[in-house]
Design a binder for this molecule. Structure first.
Ligand SMILES: [Zn+2]
Length: 113
């Protein structure tokens, strides 16, 4: 369960942003997780619930937005959603894809009170 480690990194970043902006009260952390990344949103939320009481922001919420797996086919030009495991082009079955979205793990927003 590496989600716990990810949450620790997120908290570190949040701490920095809060300090830089002289903020103390955190309302919500919004994360964007690609559906091709190996992060499980449910585990992430559970890890946050376990970690939150040990941080400066025990009442803050964590919201995880799942970003769809999007790719461009380099053979036929298809652009759109692809399977998350062993993606191939739904039009021409080519595996020659450029992944556009779906592997990210980003902090989208830090919402202070
Ligand atoms: Zn194709």
């Amino acid at each position: 369960m590496h989600e716990l480690g990810l949450v620790c990194q997120v908290v570190k970043t949040v701490d920095e942003v809060m300090a830089e902006n002289n903020l103390t009260e955190l309302d919500e952390i919004v994360l964007q997780v690609g559906e091709m990344s190996d992060v499980v949103p449910k585990f992430l939320e559970e890890a946050w619930q376990a970690t939150a009481p040990t941080t400066e922001y025990p009442d803050a919420k964590m919201t995880v937005e799942v970003m769809p797996a999007l790719a461009k086919c380099l053979d036929c030009g298809y652009e759109g959603h692809v399977k998350t495991f062993v993606p191939d082009c739904p039009i021409c079955s080519s595996g020659n894809l450029k992944i556009v979205s779906g592997k990210q793990f980003d902090i989208k927003e830090i919402v202070a009170k």
